[in-house]
Design a protein around this ligand. Structure first.
Ligand code: PHE
Length: 354
């Protein structure tokens, strides 16, 4: 009996090592532990052996049974763990709570617009930068020429954290200072212009309605080099918008105030619905406000380590803050901004990239 059990032990170990999926593991388990399995056969044999050997043989069979079932459980656990890891690592992890009828995932409309813009700006030599959502007062305001108690802070009331003077960024401009520090050396030592776009989620303490959300997306862009002028700004904005709307767009600049640009503008595009004649979509003005922008304020360039006190205009640059959420609304004809954050798949799964 002892020898039989040892043989079976070896057989079990070798077969277990060959198992690669749950089904063959289950088959192996049945071949050893089911009613007609090897362990039951041993039990039947137990009846035939002399009485004085029964006790020892019974114990041997029992401990063999326990060992088999423990090793089986262990293997199953390992396989489950491996499966979970694969699922997490693969792009195909899925949400089990999804309704049956939604089989294929789709990108969020803001992701689609963001990626399209990243491609367009990438093709014009811009780096795409990522930036945190939690920032400090210095980066969100002070470094942007918005000192404490400046009235411009009123429009950007946001959510403050109780620690370390931190807040949820109210605009993507909060990344400007860090990006200037990151690329300033390359600009000054190698003459490589700073060209960067940085998309991101922004937060403001807003009264929510069809056009306002407390959470929305912007895409900021800056370009800094010697002799950068408003013409460069207009060129890049026009090129980008013509790509996005797939037609030649007419733009205009109006004065706009932002403490971190001088001069500052509101960039409007001619309404595509009425061709500039005036209609309800453009509130009869013929223009749609799209993107605030301007030439980066000398103080901001100074705080970013780009220019020195002595030569505050050595390098110049432009900045723009495109409302990604707004752009997605215009591009896809979404009338209510809340659609984007509601997570209703009936609405969100309709959008496909071109
Ligand atoms: N950060 C500004 C806002 O969110 C927009 C802006 C960006 C204006 C860059 C000018 C230049 O209101």
């Amino acid at each position: 009996m002892k020898q039989r059990i040892n043989e079976l032990k070896e057989r079990f170990a070798s077969e277990l090592s060959k198992v690669t999926d749950k089904q063959s593991l289950e088959e192996l388990r049945l071949s050893f532990l089911s009613k007609k399995g090897q362990v039951s056969l041993l039990m039947q044999e137990l009846a035939k052996i002399p009485n004085e050997q029964k006790k020892e043989a019974g114990q041997l069979i029992n401990s063999f049974k326990q060992e088999v079932s423990a090793r089986f459980d262990q293997k199953l656990e390992e396989m489950k763990k491996l499966e979970e890891e694969c699922l997490i690592n693969s792009a195909e992890s899925y949400d089990e709570s999804l309704p049956e009828n939604i089989k294929k995932g789709s990108y969020h409309p803001i992701t689609l617009v963001q990626r399209e813009l990243e491609d367009i700006f990438g093709s014009m030599g811009f780096d795409v930068e990522d930036y945190s959502e939690i920032v400090d007062d210095y980066h969100c305001f002070e470094a942007l020429n918005i000192p404490k108690f400046h009235p411009a802070r009123d429009m950007q009331d946001t959510y403050y954290l109780s620690t370390r003077n931190q807040l949820l960024k109210s605009h993507t401009s909060a990344a400007q200072n860090s990006i200037m520090h990151k690329y300033g050396k390359l600009l000054k030592e190698n003459g490589r212009p700073i060209r960067a776009v940085f998309p991101g989620r922004c937060f403001r303490n807003e009264a929510i309605d069809a056009c306002h959300e407390n959470t929305f997306f912007q895409m900021e862009g800056i370009m800094i080099d010697k002799d950068i002028s408003i013409s460069n700004l207009i060129y890049f904005m026009k090129t980008m918008l013509s790509e996005v709307f797939e037609r030649d767009v007419t733009v205009r600049l109006r004065p706009g105030f932002f403490p971190f640009v001088e001069p500052g503008f509101e960039l409007d595009i001619q309404c595509s619905i009425c061709g500039g004649k005036g209609c309800p979509s453009c509130k009869n003005s013929g223009w749609l406000e799209l993107c605030p922008c301007g030439m980066i304020h000398p103080n901001v360039l100074k705080y970013g380590g780009i220019n020195s006190e002595e030569d505050p205009y050595e390098y110049t640059g432009f900045a723009f803050g495109l409302g990604l959420t707004r752009l997605a609304m215009m591009k896809y004809g979404v009338k209510d901004i809340r659609t984007f954050n509601e997570g209703d798949l009936r609405a969100l799964s309709q959008f496909v990239s071109r």
